[in-house]
Design a protein around this ligand. Structure first.
Ligand code: GLU
Length: 448
């Protein structure tokens, strides 16, 4: 090992020591900084300015109590988080996740990833993430509203269109953003549209924001395939999950001529050989808020596999779009054996490090989340632009912008991977592009 590799390993060990028990955060840090040795070799000033050490330490971490009353009048207590990780390129930006698994380690992994993802978009946004260990499953609309109001009553003092701009993530969609915005407006007495993104288009939200993460992921995979002289046209695909990212990944793949034969939730898998009907998916998930098993009641020729693993279904393209570490080494081996040629991560860090290694060794085109799913936050930045200029763009224009951004992210990752000696390795390309953009700004700002 060269001294640069040793230095990076020492920094990683230091991160593990300083952040005990936060395994997802350790994993995200290792995955990024483990690819940066060639960057430090080329730009020794980054080591001199301790950019890696600084980037691994959040600028600010906020943890707060969220008390609220359920429909029976019983008091409930949750824990809220906002990790403002890095503001070198713009105001803190990143989603809020409401899920029982949320703890500091999850929020920090997501916030860390967000720094590089946001830099990849080429738009002026820093990196952050937040959320709560609140479980929206089975909660009434009123309970969700009261929870969001309590959450924002504390968080509002840390936000602002030039300070920190949250959006959605797992468990947080347009409904929650509405309740959060209503409370922010009430607390601050300001109609500050740009303080949250993912708003309803009826009151300041961008068209295409809802579709953006999924559409962007499909565009990214299409770009990876084009480099190889192929496209999504005619490809058999599987998309894990059935939330916002999954639904619009299915929609765009089908528009681009691919066929999605399966999607899932944490209880099971739906297999529909003639292709998932996205209208049914939207009705069940967005309108009725039901589990994916209901799909088989609507479509008698579809099969519901309770407890099934979606990665067992043969496909040419796999889009993990549910949650972190959902695709491990054994699943990756099965996908490769079944003829999978491209993987696009719609979720954040859905593939384990061993899984990613298997894909890369097998020559599968592997689009890491921070590149492949950057369309969501990129369109959030487009929403901020519209809010700042009190404008509202058309669906067509906004989608064109999204498409151009995804094509550009693909190009930057592809060319940088080749430049640093790892042609076709988008993981390395994405990390290096994202890191160097943030590092340049941090060097310019001095020791802050
Ligand atoms: N939660 C999304 C992500 O993982 C979107 C964040 C945003 O729009 O700010 O990138």
């Amino acid at each position: 090992m060269s001294s640069i590799e040793e230095k990076i390993e020492q920094i990683y060990q230091q991160v593990v020591r300083r952040n005990p028990g936060e395994s997802e955060f350790h994993q995200a840090v290792n995955e990024v900084i483990g690819t940066l040795a060639p960057v430090l070799r080329k730009y020794p000033q980054y080591a001199e300015h301790k950019i890696i050490e600084r980037i691994c330490e959040p600028e600010r971490q906020i943890i707060f109590r969220v008390p609220w009353q359920d429909d029976r009048g019983e008091v409930q207590i949750n824990r809220g988080f906002r990790v403002q990780f890095n503001s070198a390129l713009g105001p803190y930006k990143g989603g809020l996740r409401f899920h029982p698994s949320v703890y500091l380690g999850i929020v920090k992994f997501l916030g860390f990833e967000q720094i590089f993802k946001n830099a990849l978009t080429g738009l002026p946004i820093g990196g952050a993430k937040g959320g709560a260990d609140f479980d929206p499953k089975g909660k009434s609309d009123d309970e969700v509203m009261r929870f969001c109001q309590s959450f924002m009553t504390e968080l509002h003092r840390h936000l602002g269109e030039y300070t920190d701009v949250p959006a959605g993530d797992i468990g947080v969609g347009a409904r929650e953003i509405g309740y959060l915005f209503g409370q922010y407006k009430r607390m601050t007495n300001r109609y500050e549209s740009g303080v949250l993104t993912g708003k309803s288009p009826h009151w300041g939200g961008a068209l295409v924001r809802r579709e953006a993460t999924g559409y962007g992921a499909a565009y990214f995979v299409d770009e990876m395939l084009k480099v190889r002289g192929e496209s999504l046209e005619g490809k058999v695909c599987v998309v894990s999950g059935s939330g916002n990212v999954a639904i619009y990944t299915v929609e765009k793949i089908e528009q681009l001529g691919g066929k999605v034969v399966a999607c899932s939730d944490s209880d099971g898998v739906i297999y529909h050989e003639r292709g998932i009907d996205v209208a049914t998916l939207k009705q069940l998930k967005e309108v009725e808020r039901r589990r994916i098993s209901a799909y088989a009641d609507v479509h008698r020729d579809a099969r519901y596999i309770p407890g099934g693993c979606i990665w067992d279904i043969p496909c040419q393209v796999a889009m993990p779009s549910a949650t972190q570490n959902e695709l491990d080494a054994s699943a990756a081996r099965r996908l490769v054996a079944n003829g999978c040629v491209a993987v696009g991560e719609g979720a954040n860090m859905p593939t384990t490090p061993e899984g990613a290694r298997i894909f890369l060794e097998a020559g599968v085109a592997f689009g890491p989340g921070k590149a492949a799913n950057a369309g969501g936050v990129a369109t959030s930045a487009l929403e901020m632009q519209q809010n700042a200029s009190r404008d509202a763009w058309t669906f067509e224009y906004t989608e064109q912008r999204l498409h151009a951004i995804m094509t550009e992210i693909h190009r930057a990752c592809y060319e940088t991977a080749a430049e640093f000696g790892s042609p076709g390795n988008y993981l390395i390309g994405a990390n290096i592009v994202g890191f160097t953009r943030v590092a340049e700004a941090m060097v310019a700002f001095g020791v802050v």
